[in-house]
Design a protein around this ligand. Structure first.
Ligand code: ZN
Length: 156
């Protein structure tokens, strides 16, 4: 069995379990989307919004990208933000970073990740540039990376 076949089987098993526990689960979910939160988080597979907040489908509207960036020219993000705020009427917008973020680590290097990734990482490098005085005096690489994670969230 391939990994994607296993994934599809796991999805069927999950759906069956949901219906077994609550026969109206999907019917109810299909008619209700009233999340209180918009979550802007990192694409990193280790930080799934629903799982780390203990919430269920329908409770959080989620947008994810590398290093949870809020870029004012990102039409994808702006569309989600507009929809969440003006149509879903979310009450809170959360920008959630995470320590050890690979996107942040990549932006701290001069490695050439090629055109598309380089363009995205440029946004993080701009945050670094704005806070270079503070960051440049942190000699410990992990501490400097994690401080940039924090600044990258607050810079939105
Ligand atoms: Zn990340």
């Amino acid at each position: 069995m391939t990994s994607y076949e296993k994934l599809l089987l796991e999805n069927k098993a999950w759906a069956s379990e949901k219906i077994k526990d609550d026969p109206q689960y999907f019917d109810r979910l299909s008619h209700l989307q009233k999340p209180e939160f918009l979550w802007i988080g990192c694409s990193d597979s280790r930080v799934p919004a629903n799982e780390i907040t203990g919430t269920q489908p329908g409770e959080i509207c989620v947008h994810r990208n590398i290093a949870n960036m809020v870029v004012h020219t990102d039409v994808n993000l702006l569309s989600v933000l507009d929809y969440a705020v003006n149509h879903l009427k979310v009450q809170h917008v959360i920008v959630c970073g995470h320590y050890g973020c690979g996107g942040i680590k990549a932006a701290l290097t001069n490695h050439d990740y090629k055109q598309v990734l380089n363009m995205w990482l440029r946004n993080i490098k701009d945050v670094y540039r704005l806070h270079a005085d503070e960051l440049n005096v942190i000699s410990d690489e992990e501490k400097r990376t994690n401080r940039l994670v924090e600044l990258n969230v607050t810079e939105k």
